[in-house]
Design a binder for this molecule. Structure first.
Ligand SMILES: Cc1cc2nc3c(=O)[nH]c(=O)nc-3n(C[C@H](O)[C@H](O)[C@H](O)COP(=O)(O)OP(=O)(O)OC[C@H]3O[C@@H](n4cnc5c(N)ncnc54)[C@H](O)[C@@H]3O)c2cc1C
Length: 377
């Protein structure tokens, strides 16, 4: 049933956009306040990997699949590039290969579209995988790639045209009280419900409540390599062995602790800087490469050149590309929950809700999460 209630969403990153969409589809009249002239936070700085394979089976995997469904539909409707490329994790050591075999078995039982590939099938699936020493790979059909810069820029236009969401750019919400948001001292707006989707800014709104929540910030370094020669596509998004230590869904593999032990002995510096290495390709043929993970409430703004070098060194062990020119480097910061929960949802005062803490999976989970939260209200 249609409602004529109003809602304000603060933040036009993926969490804010997904929340605005879910509210508008439930009949709310929605305004989004974004402090910048366009979103420039974590949501445009990521790989653009919609990544169900990283989510544990059950509720989280289902949420990721629902989000992917929405991404695919929106890519058509809002006219931004996406590719159902799938993912390919590759193994060069027997312990990595064993983990992939265990995961293939577990994922198949969960009904996921995965396939264990031998060396010849891996190199047939991707011309970018280094064949020397390759033992095999785990291919999954679930993963979708978008270019986050294009997608996050395109979505507001579609939301305003199709769902009448109003975007107020360059408006930093500095205070909230009694269903009213204040933009500095001279502007205020009221709504029935207010959703705060402010990403890694814990300092502006309800800092006293955030200071008691299990939150920190994670800084990641990323790179973009030049557009590759026309028609040279990597196929699936590619991940090396280190990524097996990164995602929750991989913890189900019985031999993962042994693999981690070898990495701790042989690649301690990679673990210290939270480096695991993945690569996706966008519609223009450019390659997005990352990343590292540093944790803390305050990060220095400078990138560490040695981290980028370590990422590229590791990438070269399993990937061959046509053009290695690095055309951009940057970092991104997201909210990381320290209690292991997948997201943070709380109400600091009546009719006001905070949605945050989706960590390294915001592109993968936000559309599904926002639908669930809005439906649950
Ligand atoms: C390098 C990197 C790689 C990643 N790779 C992936 C990936 O491949 N797949 C995946 O699923 N996830 C990935 N992630 C995670 C994903 O990007 C984040 O989970 C997601 O972008 C978080 O979205 P958000 O909307 O909470 O934050 P943001 O995108 O940071 O948006 C928050 C917005 O709120 C605005 N804002 C804050 N305070 C106010 C205020 N007071 N008033 C008005 N506006 C305000 C900010 O300006 C900002 O635009 C990656 C993240 C990084 C950094």
């Amino acid at each position: 049933m249609q409602s004529s209630r109003s809602a304000i969403v603060i933040g036009a990153g993926i969490v804010g956009l997904a929340t605005a969409r879910a509210l508008a589809l439930r009949g709310f009249s929605v305004k989004v306040f974004e402090r910048s002239d366009r979103a420039v936070g974590a949501s445009i700085r990521n790989f653009g990997m919609i990544w169900p394979i990283g989510q544990p089976g059950g509720k989280m995997y289902d949420r990721a699949i629902r989000s992917r469904e929405i991404w695919s539909a929106l890519s058509q409707k809002a006219d931004f590039w996406s590719e159902p490329a799938g993912s390919l994790h590759v193994a060069y050591h027997p312990d990595e290969w064993l983990v992939l075999q265990e995961l293939a078995e577990i994922f198949r039982k969960e009904g996921r579209p995965v396939q264990l590939l031998d060396k010849a099938s891996v190199t047939a699936a991707s011309p970018a995988v280094v064949p020397n020493g390759l033992l095999g790979g785990l291919y999954s059909r679930d993963e979708l790639i978008v270019d986050p810069r294009e997608a996050i820029a395109a979505l507001p236009g579609w939301l305003s045209c199709q769902l009448k969401v109003e975007f107020c750019w360059g408006k930093c919400v500095s205070y909230i009280s009694d269903q009213t948001v204040y933009i500095g001292n001279e502007e205020e707006h009221q709504a029935d419900l207010i959703f705060i989707c402010n990403g890694a800014d814990f300092e502006t709104l309800y800092p006293e409540i955030y200071s008691k929540k299990p939150v920190t910030k994670c800084k990641l370094q990323m790179m973009r390599l030049a557009s590759q020669p026309t028609d040279w596509r990597i196929g699936p998004a590619l991940c090396g062995g280190l990524s097996l230590t990164h995602y929750n869904s991989f913890k189900a593999a019985a031999s993962l602790p042994l693999l981690k032990q070898r990495y701790a002995e042989e690649m301690a510096a990679y673990l210290e800087w939270g480096i695991h290495v993945m690569m996706s390709q966008n519609g223009r043929g450019e390659l997005t490469v990352g990343d590292s993970h540093e944790y803390g409430l305050t990060h220095d703004p400078f990138d560490k050149e040695f981290i980028n070098r370590m990422i590229l060194d590791y990438l070269r062990t399993f990937v061959q590309v046509k053009d290695w020119s690095v055309i951009q480097t940057w970092n991104g910061i997201y909210t990381k929950l320290t209690d292991g929960e997948p997201d943070l949802f709380f109400s600091p005062e009546p009719y006001v809700y905070v949605i945050n803490g989706v960590g390294g999976a915001g592109m993968t989970l936000s559309f599904g999460l926002a639908e669930e939260l809005v439906e649950g209200l």
